[in-house]
Write a protein that binds this ligand. Structure first.
Ligand SMILES: *Cc1c(COP(=O)(O)O)cnc(C)c1O
Length: 401
């Protein structure tokens, strides 16, 4: 995965030192930046206002619901991956729309999913046949996820739902077998094929969708473009996105939805950490931090990617240090960075773009504590949202007497 280190990542910190801004916080911790959430929200709202497209927050990327009231004015609602996220969206995002897509819905949960959701998007013809009539009878909107078989991501099969043998989305051959009666159940269609991408890849995908499924798109109420749109990134081509939305909207007379996760919270969080120890292994300088890649920012290892680090890798900096976490996983490395001079115990380090896929994915492997979560308000005042302790580690492992 590519990193998009840009002017925006640390723009709120400007020339402030990490100690000035975050010095009083107990580390490691996540800090969600309210001003950057609003910055992202304003961009999204402008696109919505110009095109009529509705934006949803994909909660699997960011579920810190105490911040939903900040995002709520810019969004039409939430996207959920299943029961729990659907419920969270319903309960916390200002009574707005909830759209639920699940790889496979469970029979024993489906009624409850229906209760919380306005749109249900199925992943297969079988699931559409099984649950579609019930969904319609409940007055909810029925959708099907399509696979346009148009790979626009190179080198990341794990994030490419169009890769050969993909289990996500219905291909055209399956779609055409499904029969008119089942097609008639559809209020809309959904595709989600992008990840951290620009609008040129969306335009390509829409062209592939029309090429394969075009004749089926005219009797729908809505088309959902899924997520992966990096709309709030500095180099994102918003005009092409708008053209693409308008094209689909006008050609098929549909409501267009987009459900980015990253795009909604880009650059709106930090991981704040202190150095616990420094030493060398032959020529390699090492700093052991109190945060862990494996536990607190698992995408760093899973993707993998190098997270942006405040005031590191500046021109002329050449003291190269490998940063890693204190767990016993040999691969718990964050990466190599260039500093002006050696780090020392207790130095404060701030990683950027840490609102996305972090707090929703962290874990207590190695008995690592979960980091506290703070919010930084517009005026730089910082407030604790939640903190964790020993019981959060213990409860999920067994019955406590
Ligand atoms: C992951 C996902 C999203 C959000 O993706 P981002 O890359 O965070 O924008 C949206 N819709 C669906 C169905 C997803 O699985």
């Amino acid at each position: 995965m590519t990193i998009f280190d840009n002017r925006l990542t640390f723009c709120r910190l400007k020339d402030r030192t990490p100690e000035e801004v975050f010095g009083k916080l107990r580390t490691p911790c996540y800090v969600i930046d309210e001003a950057m959430l609003k910055y992202d929200g304003e961009i999204i709202k402008k696109i919505s206002d110009r095109t009529g497209a509705k934006f949803l927050l994909a909660q699997k990327c960011f579920s810190n619901f105490n911040l939903y009231p900040v995002l709520e004015p810019y969004l039409a609602g939430t996207e959920a991956s299943g029961l729990y996220e659907a419920r969270l969206g319903k309960e916390e995002m200002g009574n707005k729309e909830v759209h639920t897509f699940c790889g496979a819905f469970r029979e024993d949960e489906f009624d409850e999913v229906l209760e919380y959701s306005d749109h249900i998007v199925f992943n297969s013809v079988g699931q559409l046949k099984k649950f579609g009539p019930k969904t319609k009878a409940a007055g909810k909107s029925v959708g099907l996820r399509l696979n346009p078989e148009c790979s626009t991501q190179i080198g990341h099969a794990i994030y490419d739902p169009c890769s050969p043998g993909s289990r996500l989305g219905v291909t055209i051959d399956r779609f055409e077998e499904m029969g008119e009666e089942t097609i008639a159940l559809l209020d809309g269609i959904h595709f989600h094929t992008l990840c951290q991408q620009n609008s040129d890849d969306l335009a390509k995908t829409v062209a592939a969708l029309e090429d394969k499924f075009g004749k089926y798109l005219h009797n729908l109420k809505w088309i959902n473009f899924g997520g992966g749109h990096h709309v709030t990134r500095e180099d994102y081509d918003i005009e092409l996105l708008i053209k693409t939305i308008e094209h689909v909207r006008d050609t098929y007379d549909v409501q267009v939805y987009l459900e980015p996760g990253e795009g909604v919270v880009l650059n709106a969080g930090y991981m704040v950490s202190r150095v616990l120890d420094v030493f060398d292994n032959h020529d390699t300088h090492i700093a052991m931090l109190d945060c862990s890649a494996a536990c607190h920012m698992p995408d760093v290892i899973e993707c993998p990617y190098l997270p942006p680090l405040y005031q590191a890798d500046l021109p002329g900096y050449s003291y190269r240090i490998r940063l890693g976490g204190p767990t016993c996983l040999a691969g718990d490395n964050i990466g190599y960075y260039n500093f002006e001079k050696p780090l020392k115990e207790n130095d404060l380090l701030v990683f950027g773009d840490m609102a996305l896929y972090t707090t929703v994915k962290n874990n207590t492997f190695n008995g690592m504590p979960l980091p506290s979560i703070y919010v930084m308000h517009d005026d730089y005042s910082i407030e604790l949202i939640t903190e964790f302790g020993y019981n959060d580690f213990k409860y999920r492992l067994g019955k406590i007497n």
